[in-house]
Ligand binder design. Structure first.
Ligand SMILES: [Zn+2]
Length: 328
C-alpha cells in the first residue's frame, strides 16, 4: 500500500466510526504535505530566521493567551501544548497571492505575497491570521465536516480509484503527490466564519506581539486598492476584503488603554524589510525548476484561498489538474 492508499484507508475506517479528527491526524497529514511542498521552500537561513523571529513573537503571545484560557472552544478540545513548541513559518516560491496552513506545525507564506507587503506589519498580520487557523483547529474542523459529508460511500469511491488506477497522478505530472497533500486538497477551504475568527484571533496575537494595531487591515486594503474585492460576500466562502478592513479597525478601536505598551520595533524596519523582499525574490529565482518544484507549485496553487475572496486563474487551473488526476 502506498502513502495515498494508507491515508484513504484510514479515512475510510474513520468515517463510519467517528466524525472527529484528532490533532495527531492533522499533524501527520501536515507533515506529509510538507514533504511535497518542501522543494518550493526558501531554505535561506537569513530569510528563514527572519520569518521564525516574527513567528516566535506571534506564537509567544498566543501561548500567554491560551494559558489565560482565551479563544474559542475548539482551541481547548485537546491539549494545545504542541502548537507552542514547533510552529514553523516558511516562505514558498510561488507567484500566487496566498498564504495557508495545513493545520499542524507548518504555515506557508507565498513569495508573491511577501512582495506585495508594503511593511512588516502587513506580513505579520497575514502570519498571525494563518497561525490563528491552527490555534482554532480550523483544519481539523474541516476534516470533521468532510467525514460527515463524505460518509462511507465517497471514501470508498476514492479508495477504489487509487487501488484501481494509481497511475493517473503520474499521467498528470503529479506523481510525487503524497497522502498528506491529497488529504489537504480534499479538505481545502475554511468557512467564512473560520476566516473571520482567524482575523479576530490573529489580531489579538499581532497587537500583543508589538506590531501596529492600526495597520492590521492594511494588507486587505492594499488588495482592495488592486481591485481584488469584486465578488459579493454571498458568492464567496470568504468575508469581503472590505468587511475585514472594517473588522480590523473596530478591533483596534476596542483595545485597552495599556495596549500602547505592547508596541515593539519591527524585526526588520523599512529598508531592512525591503532587503528581505529583494533577497527572497533573488533566491526564489535561483531555485531549480524541476519536476519536484513543479509539483510543489501546482499543489500550492491547488490549496484553498486563505486571504482573497476570489481565485486567481492559476489556482483554478491547478485545482482542475489535481481533480483530473484524482479522477473526479
Ligand atoms: Zn485564512
Amino acid at each position: 500500500m502506498n502513502a495515498i492508499q494508507r491515508t484513504l484507508s484510514a479515512l475510510l475506517l474513520l468515517a463510519p466510526l467517528t466524525a472527529c479528527a484528532t490533532d495527531r491526524q492533522v499533524i501527520e497529514q501536515a507533515n506529509d504535505a510538507h514533504h511535497e511542498l518542501e522543494p518550493a521552500v526558501l531554505k535561506d537561513p537569513e530569510l528563514a530566521g527572519y520569518l521564525q523571529s516574527m513567528g516566535d513573537r506571534i506564537v509567544g503571545e498566543a501561548k500567554k493567551l491560551s494559558d489565560a484560557r482565551f479563544g474559542p472552544k475548539s482551541h481547548f478540545d485537546e491539549d494545545p501544548a504542541w502548537m507552542f513548541s514547533n510552529s514553523q513559518f516558511h516562505f514558498v516560491n510561488s507567484e500566487t497571492l496566498n498564504a495557508f496552513t495545513t493545520g499542524g506545525s507548518h504555515m506557508y507564506i507565498y513569495t508573491q505575497l511577501l512582495q506585495q507587503c508594503r511593511s512588516e506589519d502587513e506580513l505579520a498580520a497575514v502570519m498571525a491570521h494563518e497561525y490563528a487557523h491552527v490555534y482554532a483547529r480550523h483544519v481539523r474542523k474541516g476534516m470533521d465536516r468532510q467525514y460527515v459529508a463524505m460518509g462511507g460511500a465517497l471514501a470508498a469511491g476514492v479508495l477504489g480509484y487509487t487501488l484501481a488506477d494509481d497511475n493517473k497522478l503520474e499521467v498528470a505530472g503529479l506523481a510525487a503527490v503524497g497522502a498528506g497533500m491529497l488529504g489537504s486538497f480534499l479538505n481545502q477551504g475554511f468557512t467564512r466564519d473560520d476566516e473571520a475568527e482567524a482575523d479576530s484571533l490573529g489580531f489579538e496575537f499581532y497587537a500583543r506581539a508589538g506590531w501596529d494595531p492600526a495597520r492590521f487591515g492594511d494588507f486587505f486594503q492594499a488588495m482592495i486598492d488592486l481591485g481584488y474585492d469584486t465578488t459579493p460576500e454571498m458568492m464567496s466562502d470568504h468575508p469581503t476584503l472590505a468587511s475585514r478592513v472594517v473588522a480590523a479597525r473596530a478591533a483596534a478601536a476596542k483595545l485597552p488603554a495599556d495596549a500602547k505598551s505592547w508596541r515593539k520595533p519591527a524585526v526588520a524596519e523599512g529598508p531592512k524589510f525591503k532587503a528581505m523582499q529583494s533577497r527572497a525574490a533573488q533566491i526564489a529565482k535561483s531555485l531549480p525548476k524541476d519536476q519536484t518544484m513543479e509539483t510543489a507549485q501546482t499543489l500550492l496553487n491547488a490549496v484553498g484561498n486563505c486571504l482573497m475572496p476570489t481565485d486567481q486563474p492559476q489556482q483554478i487551473e491547478a485545482r482542475t489538474k489535481v481533480e483530473k488526476a484524482l479522477g473526479n
